[in-house]
Design a protein around this ligand. Structure first.
Ligand SMILES: [Zn+2]
Length: 82
């Protein structure tokens, strides 16, 4: 997926979340403007205004990006297995 502007990105992420099962979340990504590294924000569903590149350390405004869909695994034991 190519990078989208923030407004389009938020809209696309919301659409995907609306169509996904409970426990799903998105992790936003941005491409470093200096070195091209793809960086992922670890906080679920949060598109930060700025991001720091993990490779080159450049702090930069996040004008566009992408996202990936993930699902939280419930760590509590399933009932009825004992
Ligand atoms: Zn970088």
């Amino acid at each position: 997926m190519s990078d989208l502007k923030r407004e389009e990105l938020m809209r696309a992420a919301q659409e995907v979340l609306d169509a996904s099962p409970p426990g799903s979340f998105v992790a936003f990504k941005f491409t470093c403007r200096r070195c091209g590294e793809r960086n992922v924000f670890e906080e679920p569903n949060k598109l930060f205004e700025r991001g720091e590149c993990v490779r080159c350390g450049l702090d930069q405004p996040v004008d566009s990006g992408g996202f990936l869909l993930a699902m939280r695994v419930d760590p509590s034991p399933r009932p009825g297995l004992n």
